[in-house]
Design a protein around this ligand. Structure first.
Ligand SMILES: C[S@@+](CC[C@H](N)C(=O)[O-])C[C@H]1O[C@@H](n2cnc3c(N)ncnc32)[C@H](O)[C@@H]1O
Length: 220
């Protein structure tokens, strides 16, 4: 049975693209991905390509569904891992695919790459993503309660509306210790990678690029 292969392409550098991801792309008759994801497979794509944008995502998924129904392999490139704030959710939510028509090729998430750069274990960390723009009161209160429970927090900020400085301001307003260590991991694995080691109170006055992971480190 042909599949929609949702392919994790890692956090950005070609060094973190797995052989499994390459195989899925090579066998696909249609490859759909953002420009920066497609660039990782330059010269390896044999099928048709669609450059994914916020505007064409629904039409691209429709085309992917038609091809899969016609027995053709399709690769949908998702940065990092498809299952964390990635395109798995988008594909399932579209209602165009059954889970049995989907094959997921895991990728290295920006969260994993950031934990590695910082040399921290993330087995007890609480993960949050605000990237999709879910900055509801409920989402914010879950974040505050994770902090108050002493958990290390790893999160994807919302570039617009819930950036690291907004997150720090919220935690400080709700009683967090100003000197709590914070790490901002920007452009991880890319040439312009930057790791900033700072504190909650300092982050509240700083701005960072949109491609970043924020880690709020607690020792409990
Ligand atoms: C749509 S989400 C995709 C997350 C992805 N599925 C993952 O597992 O890493 C995009 C967000 O992931 C984070 N991100 C992706 N690549 C990154 C990188 N190389 N360095 C830092 N953060 C990154 C940023 O917060 C960005 O806004």
């Amino acid at each position: 049975m042909a599949k929609l292969n949702i392919v994790g392409v890692g956090p950005g550098s070609a060094d973190y693209v797995t052989p499994a991801a390459k195989k899925a792309v090579e066998k696909a008759e249609l490859v759909i991905g953002a420009q920066r994801s497609l660039a990782l497979f330059a010269g390896e794509v044999k099928g048709e390509q669609i450059v994914l944008t916020a505007k064409n995502i629904q039409n691209s998924l429709k085309k992917a569904a038609e091809l899969v129904k016609a027995g053709k392999e399709v690769a949908l490139l998702s940065t990092g891992d498809p299952g964390f704030s990635g395109l798995l959710h988008t594909a399932l939510e579209s209602g165009l695919f059954n889970p049995e028509n989907i094959n997921i090729v895991p990728g290295v998430s920006a969260i994993q790459a950031s934990a590695a750069r910082l040399g921290i274990s993330w087995d007890n960390a609480r993960l949050f993503t605000f990237h999709e723009g879910d900055v509801s009161d409920d989402a914010k209160s879950k974040l505050v309660s994770a902090y108050q429970c002493g958990r290390t927090i790893m999160l994807l900020p919302a570039p617009k509306g819930f950036a690291p400085k907004d997150i720090s301001a919220l935690l400080l307003e709700t009683g967090a210790a100003p000197k709590t260590p914070v790490y901002i991991c920007e452009n991880v694995t890319l040439e312009n990678e930057k790791i900033t080691r700072t504190t909650l109170e300092k982050v509240a006055a700083q701005s960072f690029g949109s491609l970043c992971v924020m880690v709020i480190k607690q020792t409990a």
